[in-house]
Ligand binder design. Sequence first.
Ligand SMILES: [Zn+2]
Length: 184
Amino acid sequence: MTWNNMALFFILGLSFHPIVHADTAHNEPPAESIQVPSSVSTPEEYGHIAPYLLITCMDFRLRDEVQKFMELRFGPDQYDELILPGASLGALNAQFPHWRQTFEDVVKLSVELHHSTRVIFLDHRNCGAYKKLKGEACCDERAKETQAHAEQFQAVRALLQDKFPTLQVETLIMGLDGQVETVD
Ligand SMILES: [Zn+2]
């Protein structure tokens, strides 16, 4: 939200909040009369299936790009999402070994609840978690950075092959410009 928008929001909130509050208090529609927008999926519509489980980094710079990429590629409402610092690195690293259990638990739940069949690791370039957990030198050149992610992808592929051998695995890196490349 920009400062201008924030200011507008603040002004509108001050001006209209009491009126909105009064209206909804006395005219709240019954639940059965509320129309769900057609763009919102329902369990009946999709059979409660999310074919993909996306593992992404927490980095604030790429939230929009990640969502746009997934929706352009797969359509809306097609994936579960687990956000861990470093994405694939968050799933398996020496400094925070307990994150691995969370990762495995979420994969299991995604499969059980939504019948996910593919885990997509979407790492990104210039990742602070990679620099912090692997050291700055891991990623100070593009080729070394790619290699660092590739090694991590091999490790998480092996982990999933051991724990969830039927799952497909896809390994991707997003640039800060939103461009995505496959790195096996
Ligand atoms: Zn990151």
